[in-house]
Design a protein around this ligand. Structure first.
Ligand SMILES: [Zn+2]
Length: 58
């Protein structure tokens, strides 16, 4: 029996999403562990910039 299970995640094993603002993929972060389902932006900056990306000229 190997009792030690390393609690380390490799980058490849992390889930990832695509930022809806900049369109770039970003990986899971510890700070998002409880809200991952709701995370849409790779950073606070993108979250604040979301409105600037919606530039519908009517
Ligand atoms: Zn982004």
């Amino acid at each position: 029996m190997s009792g030690k299970v390393a609690k380390r995640f490799t980058k490849a094993a992390l889930p990832s999403k695509t930022c809806v603002t900049c369109g770039r993929p970003f990986a899971w972060r510890k700070k998002w562990e409880k809200v991952w389902d709701e995370v849409k932006y790779c950073s606070d900056r993108c979250r604040e910039n979301k409105s600037s990306m919606v530039r519908d000229r009517k």
